[in-house]
Design a protein around this ligand. Structure first.
Ligand code: BG6
Length: 486
């Protein structure tokens, strides 16, 4: 009983929110570099220049005017540029992780550190060397790197010149990028994920696409499916021991009531995630999605061989983020609540975080069971956690009991999924175990970490790190393989 002996207790980050050093080491620009900060009431905007030379700010759901390109306004604070400076502080951060007893560390590689424009023939050695150093440092402590190959940062050059993932050309550029990193790190990295939260990618910010129309979004998704499937096959041919997973943002949509219409709504909402798992885990487009395409006038252009690639390139495990659950209702006036890049219905039985994300540990067990029952693949929770505004006391301590409570309840739910439901769970990587920039709001104020980073929303702070109370709780949890959590 309990978690497997080789259970991967870890933490999770992404280059665009954590790494900084955005112009160092020959790195090129990514779409994520042009996204400004926001807050819970003010959504983040990205900055572009129109072909007439006008600078504009657009929101996630807006399309770009024709011919517009990403543009960084000089003198303006963009949170990703320095983020929390892992680029210069990786040794300190990894040492803190070793002290916490972490067995793995999830990070993403910044594509534009390796291929600054995205379309070059040869990679940037300085970028490759940086990750060599990072992985070596992790391995020195016996910490296993878990690598996301793309986490919300399409190369800006490919966005500007090819309409990002709307273009099939990105398949080849991405596969070349994978080829380089797979070969270079084949003896250092075993666990990979091809795309972060594949089911919520839908804008210029993440995909470099200029239109948010479903036709464009789903064509980009198709290109991503093919790219991912090719990468999985390539990775296995380079090192058969590679474990290459998909990554989905998961959170169940419960029917708001037992009214069958609400139940049907919840089925439809859950399919929005299942579609991506069906393609990447089962290896084919499901019927309900083909019907949806038909009804909505979406025609996916496929080349001969695409479906075979997708069928051959299924993943080894399912990585997913879990923060919250939602409700679905057939009543368009049912109360709504915010969340992880998707909006859902309010649940009267649940409390929410200060950012309106409903807290539901049982929802994690439900998610694990639902996904495992459907696919019977090993599962990996690669994000989970509580975004909260922490306070540093005069003596420098941070008393984040609310975070400890949240994490403990979720670890218990995981344990139930393993012990009572028989789920094959590989590991658990709480999100932002070292404070980092929020993806949704661009804030530093919304902190997830066990380690506090001295960095604030006005761009001030000296980046120093301090251990929160949750650091000591998580250390006990990791060192006891999830047994000592009370
Ligand atoms: C997921 C992402 O959406 O949730 C992360 O993979 C993100 O990049 C995390 O940071 C938490 O969301 P937020 O908006 O609180 O940063």
């Amino acid at each position: 009983m309990g978690f497997r002996k080789d259970f991967l207790w870890g933490g999770a980050t992404a280059a665009n929110q954590y790494e900084g050093g955005y112009l160092e080491g020959g790195r090129g620009l990514a779409t994520s570099d042009a996204i400004r900060g926001g807050n819970v009431n003010t959504p983040r905007k990205y900055t572009i220049m129109t072909k007439e030379g006008e600078v504009m700010e657009l929101g996630r759901e807006e399309s770009l005017p024709e011919g517009a390109k990403g543009y960084i306004i000089p003198g303006i604070y963009y949170p990703s540029h320095q983020a929390v400076d892992f680029y210069h502080r990786y040794k300190e951060d990894i040492a803190l992780c070793a002290e916490m007893g972490l067995k793995c560390f999830r990070l993403s590689i910044s594509w534009t550190r390796i291929f600054p424009r995205g379309d070059e023939e040869e990679p940037n050695e300085e970028g490759l060397k940086f990750y060599d150093d990072v992985f070596d440092e992790m391995l020195k402590y016996g910490i296993e790197p878990v690598v996301t190959i793309m986490h919300f940062d399409t190369p800006m050059y490919l966005a500007d010149n090819l309409d990002g993932w709307h273009s099939r050309k990105l398949i080849d550029y991405y596969v070349r990028y994978c080829d380089v990193i797979f070969r270079r790190y084949k003896d250092k990295v075993k666990y990979w994920m091809t795309f972060n939260e594949i089911n919520i990618l839908r804008s210029w910010m993440q995909l470099g696409i200029h239109s948010t129309a479903p036709q464009v979004r789903y064509q980009a998704d198709h290109n991503i499916f093919v790219a991912s499937a090719k990468a999985v096959q390539l990775g296995h041919s380079i090192n058969p021991d590679f474990q290459i997973g998909m990554m989905v943002a998961y959170g169940p949509f419960y029917p708001l009531t037992c009214n069958p219409d609400d139940v049907m709504e919840s089925i439809k909402k859950n399919r929005e995630k299942e579609f991506f798992m069906d393609v990447q885990v089962r290896g084919y487009y499901p019927e309900y999605q083909m019907k949806w395409f038909e009804r909505n006038g979406v025609k996916i252009e496929m080349e001969e061989g695409d479906l075979e690639e997708i069928a051959k390139g299924t993943v080894d495990y399912i990585g997913f983020s879990y923060y919250m659950s939602n409700t679905s209702s057939a009543d368009p006036n049912a109360a709504k609540i915010g969340g992880n890049q998707v909006f859902g219905g309010k649940n009267p039985y649940l409390k929410a975080s200060d950012w309106g994300w409903q807290i539901d540990p049982m929802g994690l067990r439900i998610s694990l069971s639902q996904i495992y029952d459907r696919y019977h693949k090993p599962m990996f929770i690669v994000e989970n956690g509580l975004g909260a505004a922490d306070k540093v006391e005069e003596d420098g301590s941070v008393h984040d009991q609310y975070r400890i409570d949240y994490m403990r309840d979720h670890v218990r739910a995981m344990k139930d999924a393993v012990d009572l439901d028989g789920v094959d769970l590989m590991g658990y990587c709480p999100w932002g175990h070292i404070d980092l920039v929020s993806a949704g709001t661009g804030e530093m104020k919304k902190r997830y970490g066990f380690v506090f980073v001295d960095r604030y929303d006005d761009g001030t702070g000296d980046f120093s790190r301090r251990r929160k109370d949750s650091f000591f709780w998580y250390k006990k949890c990791c060192e006891s393989n999830g047994e000592d959590i009370d």
